[in-house]
Design a protein around this ligand. Structure first.
Ligand SMILES: NC(=O)c1ccc[n+]([C@@H]2O[C@H](COP(=O)([O-])OP(=O)(O)OC[C@H]3O[C@@H](n4cnc5c(N)ncnc54)[C@H](OP(=O)(O)O)[C@@H]3O)[C@@H](O)[C@H]2O)c1
Length: 259
């Protein structure tokens, strides 16, 4: 991917250092590569050690620096240790993409509290802890970009995913709360709400022929999103082009929400 002419500077991430959680696969992998294509060096976080090796080597093939860190983001101490490791590796983090997330599909009446805890800790607590830990240094430097990955379920309730929906509504609210406090320090906090994207997270839906065709029929673009469909949004929110954009939840959904 190349950015032509006068626009290059506005969208360039050259010299910027990003941390992307959940960079092993799916949306996180695609966003890490998009940031790299725009010039950023990237710390790739995965759940298990070695999980983001392929993403890191794809970034190096683009000529970028790439580092790997890992942690179970459902473990608060491990989240903070991951932030330390990321800063040690890259020197500083200018762009934080809080992407890692998990989902448990189970009706509310049977939703186990262990599933609730796992989803809330991974999707929400880790997002707050990483933003707080790395945001402090951004505030001191007077510059930084935090991009949280929300969902269409930051706006509606979904079916049989109560913990996930609660976590994503909270991610949207947290995005605005942090943005309100930190915009004055030159730190922009925004979110991306992806629509129905073709990743492991949505495999169960695609494998259910009824749900799959119901969903596809409601997407004005007429197709599910591919992870690469987030490239433009993440580069925009990570770059100078979005310096006056704060507390926004950018929907990238092929038109689903407008329907
Ligand atoms: N796909 C969609 O349609 C869609 C729509 C809206 C929002 N989202 C959101 O987008 C984000 C990425 O989802 P995806 O679709 O790319 O899903 P995915 O393919 O299932 O990938 C999930 C990522 O999160 C990481 N992860 C999960 N639990 C973790 C934990 N406890 N500790 C550390 N890392 C953990 C995984 O790491 P490992 O590979 O190392 O396990 C993986 O990199 C999530 O926040 C999801 O809620 C997705």
């Amino acid at each position: 991917m190349t950015i032509p002419g006068a626009l290059a500077e506005l969208f360039s991430l050259a010299g910027q250092r990003a941390l992307v959680t959940g960079a092993s696969r799916g949306l996180g992998r695609a966003m890490a590569l998009a940031l790299g294509a725009a010039g950023a060096d990237v710390v790739c976080a995965s759940h298990a050690p070695g999980g983001a090796a392929e993403t890191a080597s794809a970034l190096r093939a683009l000529g970028r620096e790439a580092w790997e860190v890992s942690a179970d983001l459902a473990d608060r101490d491990a989240v903070l240790a991951l932030a330390d490791a990321a800063e040690r590796a890259a020197g500083r983090i200018d762009i934080l993409v809080n992407n890692a997330g998990t989902i448990r599909r189970r009706p509310a009446r049977d939703h186990a509290i262990e599933d609730w805890d796992l989803v809330l800790r991974t999707n929400l607590d880790a997002t707050f802890l990483l933003a707080q830990r790395l945001g402090r240094a951004m505030i001191e430097r007077g510059a930084g970009k935090i991009i949280n990955i929300a969902s269409l379920l930051a706006f509606s309730g979904g079916i049989t995913v109560p913990a996930y929906t609660a976590s994503k509504h909270a991610v949207a609210g947290l995005t605005k709360a942090l943005a309100n406090e930190w915009a004055r320090f030159g730190v922009q906090v925004n979110a991306i709400a992806p629509g129905y994207m073709r990743t492991d997270n949505t495999r169960a839906l695609r494998e259910d022929p009824g749900r799959s065709s119901e969903i596809t029929a409601r997407i004005p673009a007429g197709r599910w999103g591919e992870p690469e469909d987030l490239a433009g949004a993440v580069i925009f929110l990570a770059s100078r082009a979005s310096d006056y954009v704060s507390g926004h939840v950018l929907v990238v959904d092929g038109g689903w929400m407008a329907r």
